[in-house]
Design a protein around this ligand. Structure first.
Ligand SMILES: Nc1ncnc2c1ncn2[C@@H]1O[C@H](COP(=O)(O)OP(=O)(O)OP(=O)(O)O)[C@@H](O)[C@H]1O
Ligand SMILES: [Mg+2]
Length: 272
């Protein structure tokens, strides 16, 4: 008997994207399976954010296919076999299992923490206010932010705001979460509390695709790491293959500053 075939939660085939004349993604093939944590790393401008945004059609890809649970995202095939843009309603349905956590949190400053987390539940999922309040309360508890439910985002630290951002994404019950540098807008001493929340989600089996510059963290939580450059995937592999013992010279060069910092002194790599 063959093993059961599980459909990847997110599947990309030949995905490409240009902004005007500038091609920023080319030939991206990637499958993300349930429970997997995948990190995207690579130099600035390599297309990590654009790739992540194509996975929920915040950005429209213009070549290849993105599928969510097997369903084509953003387009449909017309009778002639050509791709046509899908309606917003269908796009929203297909992307429903995907939730996004933003680098800059994107919380509404004038609304309470609880109202921020409730908003997608009442607006997008059509829950009644009392149902939404209960679900949002649970999500805030999961990120340790129940005590701040009535506060407004400007009264919170950056780390707390990002935990609320994660709660808002969690509340809709996603099958996969996309996180774009979730800690890069934070002061260094606030990074760990957010990484701890992400770690606890991964231990709970949440599927996550994360852009990050936190190499140690990526190595610790990821099942696989994708290294991108110039809009292409250079390598996909385990943390050992990509971060701890990369064979590819380009990745070695990219990681040098991090290795120097982790070893604690600038010439450490050169000592025989
Ligand atoms: N809306 C846009 N319009 C035009 N060009 C864009 C747009 N968004 C991104 N780009 C360009 O696409 C390329 C990839 O950008 P992207 O933001 O995906 O890179 P990144 O890997 O996330 O970089 P960083 O690590 O700095 O966040 C860059 O050259 C960028 O200038
Ligand atoms: Mg980016």
């Amino acid at each position: 008997m063959n093993a059961p075939v599980t459909v990847p939660i997110v599947s990309l085939r030949g995905v490409g994207k240009s902004f005007g004349p500038q091609r920023v993604l080319s030939d991206i093939d990637l499958d993300i399976r349930k429970g997997e944590v995948l990190s995207l790393i690579g130099p600035s401008g390599s297309g990590k954010t654009t790739l992540l945004r194509c996975m929920n059609f915040l950005e429209a890809y213009d070549e290849g296919e993105v599928r969510i649970r097997g369903a084509l995202l953003g387009y449909r095939r017309n009778a002639a076999g050509a791709l046509a843009r899908e309606s917003e309603r269908v796009v929203a349905e297909v992307r429903a299992p995907v939730a996004m956590v933003f680098q800059q949190f994107n919380l509404w400053p004038h609304m309470t923490v609880l109202a921020n987390v409730m908003a997608p539940l009442t607006l997008a999922k059509g829950l009644r206010a009392d149902q939404a309040r209960a679900v949002a309360g649970e999500a805030l508890a999961r990120v340790g932010m129940s005590a701040k439910a009535d506060a407004r985002p400007p009264q919170l630290s950056g780390g707390q705001q990002q935990r609320v951002g994660i709660a808002r994404a969690l509340a809709v019950g996603p099958e996969v979460m996309l996180l774009d540098e979730p800690t890069s807008a934070l002061d260094p001493e606030l990074v760990d509390e957010v990484l701890e929340v992400i770690k606890s989600l991964s231990r709970g089996g949440m599927t996550m695709i994360m852009v990050t510059h936190e190499m140690s963290f990526a190595a610790e939580v990821s099942d696989r790491i994708v290294f991108m450059e110039k809009g292409r995937i250079v390598t996909i592999g385990t943390p050992r293959e990509v971060i701890h013992a990369p064979a590819h010279p380009r990745i070695q060069a990219f990681l040098q500053p991090w290795i120097r910092r982790s070893l604690g002194h600038p010439a450490a790599g050169a000592v025989a």
